[in-house]
Design a protein around this ligand. Structure first.
Ligand code: SF4
Ligand code: SF4
Length: 165
């Protein structure tokens, strides 16, 4: 049974230790096998979650931005790109990111620039990547995104992982 954004939140605190053991359990499986399972579960679960009742990613994360995307977003706001960059874009030593939280383009749980949103947004939660079981972002996204939460919970069942009673 897929958990909604509201149902997932109260469960998170009780999952910390369970997930530590699950990460150990994942060591028993090849990375390619885990990737294939996560990709398949993502395809099944994504259509069952209504992002417009959630928007957690837009409220809690700071999406990475390519240089061209900075210009696109500045134009959408009618702001000179260098001013937009100064005011709204951060740099983490590696890449630019949009530093407004919640996102300045979020409007009532919907993206107001959906067709022109950055790649980091359209690709989120990035469950189609390789070597998922080694990615720290998988576990941070587990606490933010109900798609990731449900994929991991289903993966536990598929891999016959048990914890507690
Ligand atoms: S991608 Fe995940 S976190 Fe973002 S709105 Fe959809 S369900 Fe929520
Ligand atoms: S640009 Fe749109 S999809 Fe991306 S974080 Fe902002 S509101 Fe969300």
């Amino acid at each position: 049974m897929v958990k909604s954004p509201e149902e997932m939140q109260p469960l998170l605190a009780s999952k910390n230790i369970e997930n530590m053991f699950f990460k150990k359990h994942l060591r028993n499986f090849k990375s390619e096998y885990i990737d294939k399972s996560i990709h398949a579960l993502s395809e099944q679960i994504t259509p069952k979650i209504d992002c417009t009742t959630c928007a957690n990613c837009c409220k809690k994360l700071e999406p990475g931005l390519e240089e061209q995307e900075v210009i696109t977003l500045a134009n959408l706001k009618n702001i000179e790109p260098h001013i937009f960059k100064h005011q709204f874009v951060g740099f983490d030593g590696d890449a630019n990111y949009l530093k407004t939280k919640p996102c300045m383009f979020l409007n009532d749980c919907k993206c107001s620039i959906y067709q022109q949103r950055p790649n980091a947004c359209s690709g989120y939660p990035h469950l189609d990547a390789k070597d998922m079981k080694y990615k720290r972002s998988l576990w941070s996204n587990y606490t933010i995104c109900p798609i990731v939460f449900n994929v991991i919970e289903e993966l536990k069942s598929e891999l016959k992982f048990t914890y507690g009673s």
